[in-house]
Design a protein around this ligand. Structure first.
Ligand code: F0G
Length: 533
């Protein structure tokens, strides 16, 4: 077969939604009345929405079909068992999934079989204990979102640490904490620290985009080692790796880096956790670009990835898994379990908190329908034709912008493209404290009905930080691409709009924070004012 240089389509639309015709005047009124906040603008009035890829993906027909099998029981809904085993399939079984979901989808009536293969599944030693082991040593916690898993984890371990070492400060290193992760860690008095890869801002030639990848999402190993030496291993309750690295322009992390970090963690007896949002997309990059992985299947790569870690938090709203869901999982009798179980089993502590804040362990704040969509989704998102088309769409978006001269981070990651805002405004009088990225998003919405998100001095609160802290603030506008939602027309419309604005960048207004500059996570809630000349 000839290589046409374009991906073979992997899916077709089954249901579509009409986009409303909205005038510029209507958008302007709405912008004004919502204090120019991207988060407060009604999605229904947009043409394209790149605010987030989280929970915004179109599900497949197989996921919708699974939903009808959802069971809304308060205790031990059938989807719970299916989901637990789908997690084992995904993260532990590689090419040998059991797919017990098919027992339910096919209407299996043999109750002995259901008991043996589903309800009495007695596992131990992995990420998901089964049967009585999950009752005695709980290690799998489903929750509504990724941030709930982060909250559950950090709000449970912080008091344990402080009781044991009342005078110590504790640090959580990451290759790039996501904003909610950072907030959840800081809220309980621990200190998040980032070790971005040194090559993050290195130039990358556009003609190499299909040939090689520098894995700019990696953790800076040298920095991590020095930090452990300086602060002491006992001050680091766990190390976190985010795949893909959303905060560092959505860049992937290599298997080599994960292995190296896991060796450091093992050496110091520190548990290593993944923030596993977008694991499938990260696995695709490893397959495409890392030596030795080209002929391996995505499920095998995922299995290897997770074999190096002791646990993970995950938002199931990413990777096209589902519209809602999150989770916390850790290895039965692993490092984390051992280190935090001094004062009673850590799993029991986590379960108590899960029940009192989100819901009992078998639904964790999700509906039975959500659980079924997610269980089916775990098998959908590792399909290679889907991943190839998905990653290629994002890559083409970046390529087209770059060819028009717009400064976009190259190569792009898997879920979004990021404009480099310092470069975007080079040659104008826009200064960092003028929030040019925010001005750009306002104009993009106002003229073209396209929503994107500033992840720079406004979101990361440049004005509220010390000169030292300011050094770590990146200046991006992110276009997160929802999965299975947009086609080439949509991308081309966005490219044309962004290019036109870039060519008129002198007219983009500086922006003032008109309300709530000191609010926590202010980019979700404060008011803004563009200063039109
Ligand atoms: N970790 C990463 C790397 C994320 O990207 C997100 C969410 C979370 C954790 C939290 O998960 O939203 O389910 O609570 N990222 C979304 C985004 C919101 O737009 O990048 P959540």
């Amino acid at each position: 077969m000839y290589d046409l240089g374009v991906p073979i389509p992997s899916k077709k639309a089954h249901v579509v939604r009409n986009i409303k015709e909205v005038s510029q005047a209507q958008r302007e009124k709405m912008l004004k009345d919502t204090e120019y906040s991207m988060f407060s603008f009604p999605a229904d009035m947009l043409i394209l929405d790149f605010l987030s890829d989280s929970g915004t993906s179109t599900m497949t027909d197989l996921q919708w079909a699974a939903i009808i099998h959802g069971d809304e029981a308060y205790g031990r809904n059938r989807g719970y068992y299916i989901l637990l085993d789908a997690i084992r399939d995904t993260f532990e079984r590689g090419n040998q999934p059991k797919k017990v979901i098919n027992l339910i989808l096919s209407g299996e009536t043999n109750v002995d079989r259901l008991m043996n293969e589903l309800y009495l599944n007695s596992f131990e030693g992995g990420f998901v204990n089964g049967g009585v082991h999950q009752l005695k040593r709980p290690n799998a916690f489903i929750v509504p979102q990724g941030r709930c898993a982060e909250y559950l984890l950090f709000s449970t371990i912080a008091p344990i640490l402080k009781k044991k070492y009342p005078k110590k400060e504790f640090y959580i290193p990451n290759n790039g904490h996501f904003d909610t992760t950072e907030a959840n860690i800081a809220a309980v008095g621990l200190h998040p620290v980032n070790f971005f890869s040194a090559n993050l801002f290195e130039e990358f030639p556009i003609d190499k985009i299909n040939l090689t990848n520098p894995f700019k999402g990696n953790m800076d190993i040298k920095g991590l080692k020095l930090f452990i030496e300086k602060e002491g291993e006992e001050t680091i309750p766990l190390i976190y790796l985010t795949i893909t690295n959303n905060t560092a322009a959505g860049q992937p992390v290599s298997m080599k880096n994960i292995k190296e970090v896991s060796e450091i963690a093992r050496l110091h007896d520190i548990p290593l956790f993944l923030d596993a949002c977008r694991y499938a997309e990260n696995a695709y990059f490893i397959k495409e670009f890392e030596q030795g992985y080209h002929n391996k299947s995505i499920p095998t790569i995922v299995k290897e990835l997770f074999s190096y870690v002791d646990g993970f938090t995950i938002s199931f709203k990413k990777d096209g898994l589902a519209n809602m869901g999150g989770g916390l999982f850790f290895k039965d009798k692993g490092v984390f379990h051992r280190k935090f179980s001094g004062d009673g089993d850590i799993g029991i502590h986590l379960k108590e908190k899960q029940i009192s804040t989100f819901g009992n362990d078998s639904y964790g704040g999700l509906s039975g329908r959500d659980i079924m969509a997610l269980a089916a989704g775990l098998y959908e998102v590792v399909k290679e034709p889907y991943l190839r088309e998905r990653i290629t769409q994002v890559r083409d978006f970046a390529k087209k912008l770059s060819q028009k001269g717009v400064p976009v981070v190259l190569p792009p990651g898997g879920h979004a493209i990021y404009l480099n805002i310092d470069k975007f405004f080079a040659g104008t009088d826009m200064k960092i404290e003028d929030f040019g990225g925010v001005g750009f998003t306002i104009e993009l919405l106002r003229y073209y009905g396209i929503r994107a998100c500033e992840l720079g001095p406004f979101a990361f609160e440049w004005d509220n930080k010390s000169p030292k802290e300011r050094e770590g603030i990146l200046n991006f506008v992110r276009f997160a691409v929802p999965r299975n939602v947009y086609n080439t027309n949509h991308i081309d419309y966005a490219v044309a709009a962004i290019t036109e604005l870039y060519q008129n960048k002198e007219k983009i207004p500086k922006v003032k924070i008109s309300r709530g500059a000191k609010l926590r996570l202010r980019h979700f809630q404060s008011g803004l004012l563009p200063l039109y000349k």
